[in-house]
Structure formats: structure tokens, C-alpha cells
Design a protein around this ligand. Structure first.
Ligand SMILES: *Cc1c(COP(=O)(O)O)cnc(C)c1O
Length: 339
């Protein structure tokens, strides 16, 4: 096993390593050449994901970045525009791929503190049909965003607004399973109103690789060509898809434990006067630190077996490989540092 086993890694929920049961499922996967559509395990993951999220069809992609890009490119053409929050992953953290590779212009909108975009901002940014303007084609939202759950009523209003104006509504649902579990609703209800959704299996669900894009059969058919063009056509990908199936079947409900652990960590840190702890909604906890602490806290934690991205607005993420007791160890280390 890896030598990093004893470390508590709070940098992201992407750091999880596949469990023994997941590895066994991967090793046993029936495979074929997925570019020919022959991989039974990929086909099963796609069918299962489409069914769980209430879509006609789905497409396996190597990453969430690619899955979002396939979605945007399947919906929008050269010279089209999409409306997106300025803190959204597709706008800020995907290398500008929609613009660079899709010739799709992003129209960024101010993100509100709860992660939403004002409906009036969305409406105001939709361009009329005029030769001066790009054609506004799509609204992209993200849930969870910065660990925050988008309110259901807002989701309904925003997607209805998009549809009223003839726009497509796409969800970057990298962590939408966290939102569903937090709200206590089905995955299908969690994505209600959206025309397409990208879901990551490599975050809190604990798979090593993989995302799935859900949409209509017609959109997914276009997406298959785009995925090939982007270099995402994989061959015996069933080995990876098996991890996704295992994740869907075993690791969704347990996200509640990650949410509990984040809340427990927040409560334990709240007693430290030097910190400002932002109450977590799901598995992502933000803590504001005094600037003077930033350079020394990281090495201090590291000596105690804790890996974290330390900064003035520090993010800590709980996941499958962070146990309840680990949270107490982290809190004890913070207390020792600030004592
Ligand atoms: C991680 C993430 C992605 C992209 O996933 P990768 O697999 O890292 O490319 C997209 N959107 C959100 C919100 C994410 O957190």
C-alpha cells in the first residue's frame, strides 16, 4: 500500500484512493473497445447514471473538465455565448477551454455569497438578436459551489428563466451528489430543470478517474464525436467505469459522513480565537487565518501527518479517507499551533 497511508489529506476530495472493494470491481470488469461502443462496463455505467439522474443518455469522460467542455460544445457553436458565474469551475478553473477550444464566449456574472447568480443579472445579460452581439445560448450553474448547496427554489426559477428565453440550462454537478445527500432528495430531483449535467466520480465518490455527462440521446450522440475530437475516446475504459459503478452503488449515501466530519471540524476550530470559521454546508470548510500564521502552519501540520493548503482563506475538504478520529487529530493540531 502507498506510504502516504497515515497522512490526513485535506486539500481536496480528489485525493481519495480507490478502496480494496473498488479495486476488486475494477480488476473484475468486463471490457471492450469503447470507441467502438463495445465496452459493456462503460455502457452499464452510462445507462445507470442516466437512469439515476433522470436523463435519456449519458457519456463517460476522463475528467470533469472534459465532460463540461463536451456539454458546452454539444450545446453551443462558434460565436455563441454562455452565461456563467465568475467563480464557476467552467469559467475560472478550466483554462478557458470553452473559449479556446469551443469558440464559445463566456459572459461571466457576479457570484452571490450563497453561490447563486441574481436572476436579474442573468436576464440582463441575455443579448437581443442583434448583429453586434454574440448569440446567448446557455446558462451554466454549479452545485455544490464552494461546498454550498444551491437552493431548490432558486434552481427552479433560474432554469425556468433560461428556458423562457430559449436558453439551455447546463449543470456542472461535479459534487451534485453532495447536494442531493445534504437536501435528502434523489439524484434525479437534485438536477431537476437542467438539460444536461456533468457529474464527477473522482471527487467525494472515491473513484480514481472519470466523469459522466447526462443529456438527451441526440445531445449525447453529438457529444461522442466531440469527446473523440478532444482526445477523450478511450479503449478498455470499463476498468475505470467499474469504479464509477461501485461509487454510485456504495459511496453516495455515505457522503453524509463527510458532511458530519466537516461540521465536527468546524465546531472544534470555532473555539480558537485567531480563526474565523465559516459554517460548512457539505464537505468543504473554509477558515480565515491571520496572515502571520500562514507560512508556519503548513509545516507544523505536516509534521503531525496533516496535509493542507494553508492560506488566509483556507479550504479544508473531508472525504472517504478522512475518518471521524482524524478530524479530532486535525483540531488538536490547530489548537497546539495557536496555543
Ligand atoms: C473538480 C471539478 C471539475 C473538474 O473535474 P476534473 O475531473 O478535475 O477535470 C469541474 N467542476 C467542479 C465544480 C469541480 O469541482
Amino acid at each position: 500500500m502507498p506510504t502516504t497511508d497515515h497522512l490526513i489529506d485535506l486539500r481536496s476530495d480528489t485525493v481519495t484512493r480507490p478502496s480494496a472493494a473498488m479495486r476488486a470491481a475494477m480488476a473484475a470488469a468486463d471490457v471492450g473497445d469503447d470507441v467502438y461502443g463495445d465496452d459493456p462496463t462503460v455502457n452499464r455505467l452510462q445507462a445507470l447514471t442516466a437512469e439515476r439522474f433522470g436523463f435519456e443518455a449519458a457519456l463517460f469522460a476522463p475528467s470533469g473538465t472534459q465532460s463540461n467542455l463536451i456539454g458546452l460544445m454539444a450545446h453551443c457553436g462558434r460565436g455563441d455565448e454562455y452565461l456563467v458565474g465568475q467563480l464557476a469551475h467552467t469559467f475560472k478553473y478550466e483554462g478557458g477551454g470553452a473559449a479556446v477550444l469551443g469558440s464559445i464566449q463566456p459572459q461571466p456574472l457576479a457570484q452571490q455569497p450563497d453561490g447563486t447568480l441574481l436572476l436579474s443579472d442573468i436576464e440582463g445579460a441575455i443579448k437581443p438578436d442583434d448583429i453586434h452581439f454574440a448569440r446567448t445560448r446557455l446558462l451554466a450553474l454549479e452545485n455544490t459551489i464552494g461546498g454550498k448547496v444551491i437552493p431548490r427554489a432558486y434552481q427552479q426559477d433560474a432554469t425556468a428563466l433560461a428556458h423562457r428565453h430559449g436558453l439551455i440550462a447546463h449543470l456542472d454537478g461535479a459534487r451534485v451528489c453532495n447536494a442531493a445527500v445534504k437536501l435528502g432528495i434523489s439524484l434525479q430531483d437534485a438536477v431537476a430543470g437542467f438539460d444536461s449535467v456533468s457529474v464527477c466520480f473522482s471527487k467525494g465518490l472515491g473513484a480514481p478517474v472519470g466523469s459522466v455527462l447526462c443529456g438527451t440521446r441526440e445531445m449525447i450522440t453529438r457529444g461522442i464525436r466531440i469527446r473523440k475530437m478532444l482526445g477523450g475516446g478511450l479503449r478498455q475504459a470499463g476498468i475505470l467505469a467499474a469504479a464509477g459503478i461501485h461509487a454510485l452503488e456504495h459511496n453516495v449515501e455515505r457522503l453524509a459522513e463527510d458532511h458530519d466530519n466537516a461540521a465536527r471540524l468546524a465546531a472544534a476550530l470555532a473555539g480558537i480565537a485567531e480563526l474565523r470559521v465559516h459554517a460548512p454546508e457539505t464537505n468543504i470548510l473554509y477558515v480565515d487565518l491571520p496572515a502571520a500564521a500562514c507560512s508556519t502552519l503548513g509545516p507544523f501540520l505536516r509534521e503531525r501527518g496533516i496535509v493542507a493548503s494553508v492560506g488566509p482563506h483556507m479550504r479544508m475538504v473531508t472525504h472517504l479517507d478522512v475518518a471521524r478520529d482524524d478530524v479530532l487529530r486535525v483540531a488538536a493540531a490547530f489548537k497546539a499551533f495557536f496555543a
